[in-house]
Design a protein around this ligand. Structure first.
Ligand code: 5GP
Length: 188
């Protein structure tokens, strides 16, 4: 049976890098579930690739239509959600689905899918390292960085409720560790 792997992490923890690396392993038969968001695209982000970028009105319409498997207001006024159709379509095809979402969304997926889902938390070595990574990434103004840092502190408190925790101190090692737990979960 195809399975679901959910990754949560404070932004700047290296989660996206790890997910992208993992997706290159064709033998894992993974499909990345593209979420919807009401925030604006950042940098080179494209509609339908990193996210489906909806206007707040469009997002609300999808909520009302019951199209979301789960959705959260991750930051004030900024919504993120997983479309049921995105996940179901792939599971039916027999593909394993990878979802990147916040901690609340992840716990909801676990409630819904139980053992069919594995929750992985990618943890930065420290809050200071995380702040520096966000500054180095250079995609956001300082005020947004501080907002993300305080959100990170909150999200870190959820780590013990996840199935697996990957501490990203060294990217190479974190990637290898992730590959090992995913293979184990998929019985490969
Ligand atoms: P960012 O704006 O940096 O792309 O993402 C902000 C946060 O939204 C991250 O914690 C990310 O995991 C979360 N997020 C992305 N997609 C979803 C989703 O479909 N559902 C939920 N609950 N959170 C999401």
């Amino acid at each position: 049976m195809s399975k679901i792997i959910v990754f949560s992490a404070p932004s700047g923890s290296g989660k996206s890098t790890i997910i992208n690396w993992l997706m290159e392993h064709k033998e894992l038969n993974l499909h990345f579930s593209v979420s919807a968001t009401s925030r604006m695209p950042r940098g080179t982000e494209q509609n339908g690739v990193e996210y489906f970028f909806f206007t707040p009105d469009e997002f609300r319409e999808h909520i009302e239509a019951g199209d979301f498997l789960e959705y959260e207001e991750v930051y004030p006024g900024r919504y993120y959600g997983t479309l049921s159709a995105e996940v179901d379509k792939q599971l039916e095809k027999g593909e394993n689905v990878v979802i990147d979402m916040d901690v609340h969304g992840a716990l909801n997926i676990k409630k819904y899918y139980g053992d069919r889902a594995m929750l992985v938390f990618v943890q930065p070595p420290s809050i200071e390292v995380l702040r520096q990574r966000l500054i180095d990434r250079g995609t956001e103004v300082m005020e947004m960085i501080e907002e993300r840092v305080s959100r990170a502190e909150y999200e870190l408190s959820f780590a013990p409720r996840f199935d697996k925790i990957i501490v990203n101190k060294n990217l190479d090692e974190a990637e290898k560790e992730t590959l090992a737990i995913v293979k184990e979960f998929l019985d490969l």
